[in-house]
Design a protein around this ligand. Structure first.
Ligand code: HEC
Length: 168
């Protein structure tokens, strides 16, 4: 009777250990999977971006910035001033604001903020193309030079362009 009980206890302990070992082995097997996923997402932006990786790589055209300036004068300048340096109605949106808030963020974040919040009181009131042109004007005013490639509202593209800090 006593031996039987001890044996039962030993078996239960063995089963418990086996279960624990099984669980550990299982978690070890699972671990490599997330690492492989991370490697895949790290490669994706570079592939989507082609050569350009930041807003300083000539990611919009001069024509887009010019069109954006006209839209800016109509929809944004009343609060942010004609050169985006701010007025009593709204803050400066270029220079330190971009450098400090967006240094480690993609252009997609800046674009989305603008489209989802501006003009104040009338978000989403402009077309995506117009928001892109206005962003091109802001980038030019901030010191990022234009290039040969047109900027679009494509999320993969905007997400692949880092804001960084103005190197000038
Ligand atoms: C009626 C006034 C008004 C108009 C018009 C307006 N804004 Fe704004 N904007 C503001 C105010 C006020 C803030 C600050 C909001 C806050 O801090 O929450 C702001 C903030 C911003 C910011 C964020 C700056 C930062 O600190 O990160 C951006 C970018 C911006 N506006 C872009 C635009 C653009 C582009 C347009 C035109 C399409 C526009 N705004 C039109 C009043 C305005």
């Amino acid at each position: 009777m006593k031996n039987k009980t001890t044996l039962g206890g030993a078996l239960a302990l063995a089963a418990l250990l086996a279960g624990t070992t099984g669980a550990l082995a299982f978690s070890n097997i699972e671990r490599p999977a997330p690492a492989a996923d991370t490697a895949a997402t790290e490669e994706a932006p570079a592939a989507a971006a082609g050569a350009a990786t930041s807003i300083y790589d000539g990611v919009y055209t001069a024509a887009q910035a010019e069109a954006g300036q006209a839209a800016w004068m109509t929809s944004c300048a009343s609060c942010h001033g004609p050169t985006a340096r701010g007025s009593s109605g709204g803050p400066r949106v270029i220079g330190p604001v971009i450098n400090n808030k967006y240094a480690d963020k993609p252009l997609l974040d800046y674009f989305n903020y603008t489209r989802d919040n501006m003009p104040m009181g009338a978000p989403h009131s402009l077309s995506d193309d117009t928001y892109v042109e206005i962003v091109a004007f802001i980038l030019q005013s901030h010191g990022a030079e234009p290039g040969e490639t047109e900027l679009t509202s494509d999320e993969a593209l905007l997400g692949s362009l880092m804001m960084g800090r103005n190197p000038n």
